[in-house]
Design a protein around this ligand. Structure first.
Ligand SMILES: NC(=O)C1=CN([C@@H]2O[C@H](COP(=O)(O)OP(=O)(O)OC[C@H]3O[C@@H](n4cnc5c(N)ncnc54)[C@H](O)[C@@H]3O)[C@@H](O)[C@H]2O)C=CC1
Ligand SMILES: NCC(=O)COP(=O)(O)O
Length: 338
């Protein structure tokens, strides 16, 4: 089915300029014709993008715009950028100046989308610890965008999505030792319900099937290997079912991700970060998208990080960035059409 398109170009924040974000923004633009991407503009630095493109051997024009509405006309011939100023381009060597640019770009891109001047937000990769040095006070971009939208951090639900799998971690950027105490039936139910609602609204899945993972080996083995599965996760699944949501579990996590199992659900609800992200990064690393559910705006990001070690070497693959731009456009179009 052809979706109506978002009326506004998408805003792509540049990410840390020492990482792979700038070169992948250029690479995505270079692929935009063959990949049929919606028009987008970068929020960041024209000079950094020009240097990143040159270093990657991409022959493209970067054109500064002063407002998002100028992007669509420029996009077929050049990469539009809302220029926040110059910064050093030293791939692989992050510094505070670059982190400040990344934070300014994230802030401005979020503002433009919130104000309806851009159709959706695609965030380039940042290093959270580097941004923390310049005043970033959030566990990640998910929580930053949630705060900017006036949404409680816990109600902004991270989902990683690729061609093989969708996963939602109930707890995210916390130490593993804290996970059991952070899991409650209410929290699992609330975040799972937000995911189910978003799969209907933004992904066009009319009755999403949720597979809820256990926490412990063999989902607790009748309490012999942990109590949380029966005491916390099972009541959450029952509560979801009583709301008419197609949820089942707790399921042993070790057997949830093989191909036949994956065919039985639309999203795996996982209890902690690596339970969710290991399978998707193993299966779909090059096309994996991190999408924030439950926001008044659409926000996506490539599933990978700054990859400082390979920045500037032309070996960073653009697939996840291309997929993040495409997914943002599709979700925005669904909302626009709705
Ligand atoms: N969307 C975001 O803003 C994300 C940010 N991060 C941040 O990135 C930083 C680095 O995190 P890491 O755990 O090292 O993950 P990473 O994703 O940056 O790198 C992990 C491995 O994958 C490779 N890799 C990453 N992207 C690639 C690409 N496009 N093509 C080919 N190979 C690629 C890297 O070279 C490295 O070997 C951390 O500070 C983390 O917080 C991590 C994940 C997502
Ligand atoms: N592991 C996912 C990740 O680090 C991305 O987090 P966020 O910055 O999108 O919140």
């Amino acid at each position: 089915m052809i979706q109506p398109s978002s009326p506004h170009p998408l805003a792509l924040s540049i990410g840390d300029p020492a990482g792979v974000g700038p070169e992948l923004a250029c690479a995505a633009w270079a692929l935009s014709g063959t990949a049929a991407l919606p028009p987008f503009f970068v929020v960041g630095s024209r000079r950094v993008l020009e240097k990143a493109a040159r270093r990657r051997g991409l022959h493209l024009k970067v054109r500064a715009i002063t407002a998002p509405h100028e992007a669509a006309a420029i996009f077929p011939n050049a990469l539009p950028v809302l220029d926040l100023g110059d910064a050093d381009y030293t791939p692989g060597v992050p510094d505070d100046q670059g982190a400040a640019l990344a934070l300014a770009a994230l802030t401005e891109a979020t503002r433009l989308v919130r104000e309806g001047k851009a159709g959706a937000l695609v965030t380039g990769p940042i290093a959270k610890s580097r941004l923390a040095r310049v005043g970033f006070d959030h566990p990640g971009q998910t929580e930053f965008v949630a705060a900017a939208c006036g949404v409680a951090a816990d109600d902004a639900v991270m989902m990683l999505a690729g061609p093989s799998l969708r996963v939602v971690p109930i707890t995210v950027h916390v130490a593993l030792s804290r996970v059991p105490s952070l899991l409650s039936a209410e929290r699992i139910e609330r975040r799972s319900a937000i995911a189910a609602e978003a799969l209907v609204r933004d992904f066009g899945i009319p009755a999403p099937r949720l597979a809820v993972a256990g926490l412990n080996p063999h989902a607790g083995e009748d309490g012999r290997m942990g109590s949380e599965d029966a005491a916390v996760i099972a009541p959450a699944v029952a509560a979801l079912q009583s709301r008419g949501i197609d949820a089942r579990g707790p399921l042993p996590a070790d057997t949830m991700f093989h191909a036949a199992a994956r065919a039985t659900y639309d999203v795996a609800i996982c209890m902690y970060h690596d339970q969710a992200l290991i399978p998707i990064k193993a299966l779909d690393f090059d096309e994996g998208v991190n999408v924030t559910l439950g926001l008044p705006i659409v926000r996506t990001s490539p599933d990978h990080g700054t990859a400082f070690a390979i920045a500037g070497t032309s070996t960073a693959r653009p697939g996840a960035t291309v997929a993040a731009i495409r997914m943002a456009g599709e979700c925005a179009a669904r909302r626009h059409g709705a």
